[in-house]
Design a protein around this ligand. Structure first.
Ligand code: UDP
Length: 416
């Protein structure tokens, strides 16, 4: 795990100084993050990097994962789809399973902390315990809540309203709430195994080991096998460009502990790709960070044809690697890509196919897009910016109603 000091060359000295200054003001505070999976998906990815850095900054930080059975994850998957607008009929029994599981977790968890960061709907109802505790409770919503199924949102909203604050990744994701709302986009860690520079030999070795041929340009989508990531749409778009460009499609995914549907969706993709030797479907274990890094770096074009999306960290990762990305204009993807400047935004299978045809035939244009994308990520979506936003939020919440927060080491005269 790199130390913060190693980021100096990437983000500049001021950013690091600011982090230390803010952290000193929070001296002695404790933070607890709670989510629903230790591995797989964007939230676990971020926490695995964020938690050690908070600790390095002197903030005592714990990360806990709620426990649930198959039935619980089937329910929370239904919630997830319904909150994205696709209501598959949540029953009263489902709500009961949700409540019972969180009650069991409450009876086992140590919730003592100054700041509790509860991630996404799965653990949201833990807030029941808030009145018995001293800490400030923050609901950190990573998903797009702009068009939720009213039924599921009506169930969750009374819980969310009990928090001290909520955090959304983008203005467009938020809901009207009677509690303060903060907008904090997520980030990637440029020095993690998923994103650090790799030597060309390292990339070659990984591709050989995974038996990915490199005789044709690789077009890649990295995503959990989830219908909202539209793997079948990706295959269809790829089929449409086959007669114009000789390329290979790679769909890379892996299981997430909290997603019972993924093997079914992967089977559907395999079925659709059957008989086409230029489509490879790879299921990698959730620890395959260097493998995904190498695959993204070896790709000519990266796709992210999501139907709905949270922030879309796979897009951030690909842009950071200077890759041309073709992605749906959904969720946080529109914050990351300016159409025809730092990537291509599309709205359909045809649009994706059209952009893919163009980028496969104009690699120079693709490199220009990728270069612009990388700079945008450097300035806005690296871990250090994310850490700063969280520290500012903690400071705000720990200072009650006061309008001014005096930071240590600041001469009093400098403060208004
Ligand atoms: N990811 C991974 N292995 C996979 C699929 C995804 O490590 O097989 C990672 C991916 O690199 C990214 C995260 O999981 O860091 C996915 O985050 P994103 O915001 O794109 O989507 P989510 O899964 O949270 O909906």
């Amino acid at each position: 795990m790199p130390r913060l000091e190693e980021y100096r060359g990437i983000v500049g000295p001021d950013t690091l100084e600011e982090l230390h200054l803010l952290a000193r003001a929070l001296d002695g505070k404790t933070v607890l993050h709670i989510n629903s999976t230790a591995m797989g998906g964007g939230v676990a990815e971020i926490l695995s990097r964020m938690v050690p850095f908070l600790q390095e900054l002197g903030i005592h930080t714990r990360w806990e994962v709620i426990k649930g059975g198959e039935a619980f994850y089937a329910v929370t998957k239904k919630f997830h789809n319904a909150l994205h607008g696709d209501d598959q009929g949540v029953t009263s029994r489902d709500y009961q399973i949700y409540e019972d599981t969180l009650d069991e977790n409450l009876s086992m968890m140590d919730l003592g902390a100054d700041m509790l960061f509860i991630h996404d709907p799965q653990p949201a109802a833990l807030v029941k315990k808030r009145r018995e505790m001293d800490g400030r409770w923050i609901w950190r919503c990573h998903i797009d809540l702009s068009q939720p199924s009213p039924q599921v949102w009506d169930f969750l909203k009374p819980y969310v309203e009990q928090y001290d604050a909520s955090v959304f990744s983008a203005p467009a994701f938020a809901q009207k709430l009677p509690i303060p709302q903060f907008l904090i986009p997520p980030s990637i860690d440029p020095l993690s195994d998923k994103n650090r520079d790799l030597a060309p030999e390292e990339i070659t070795l990984v591709l050989e080991r995974l038996r990915i041929p490199t005789d044709k340009p690789l077009v890649t989508q990295v995503s959990r096998f989830d219908r909202l990531k539209d793997p079948l749409g990706v295959i269809e778009a790829f089929h449409k460009v086959r007669s114009y460009a000789d390329a290979r499609l790679l769909l890379v995914g892996g299981p997430a502990d909290d997603d019972p549907e993924s093997s079914l969706v992967m089977e559907e993709a395999r079925e659709r790709a059957k008989g086409d030797p230029d489509i490879l479907i790879l299921c990698l274990p959730p620890t395959s960070h260097i493998e995904i890094n190498a695959i993204q770096r070896a790709s000519a074009v990266i796709l992210q044809k999501s139907i709905r999306e949270g922030f879309g960290l796979t897009v951030t990762e690909a842009l950071w690697k200077g890759k041309p990305v073709i992605a749906s204009a959904v969720g946080g993807i529109s914050l990351q890509i300016t159409h025809k400047y730092s990537g291509m935004l599309t709205h359909s299978i045809d649009g994706t196919a059209h952009a893919l045809k163009q980028l496969l035939s104009e690699p120079e244009y693709g490199r220009w897009l990728g270069g612009n994308g990388k700079e945008h990520i450097r300035q806005n979506f690296l871990l250090t910016r994310h850490l700063r936003d969280y520290l500012l939020l903690f400071l705000f919440l720990s200072h009650g109603q006061s309008d001014f927060i005096h930071l240590p080491d600041q001469p009093a005269a400098a403060n208004p």
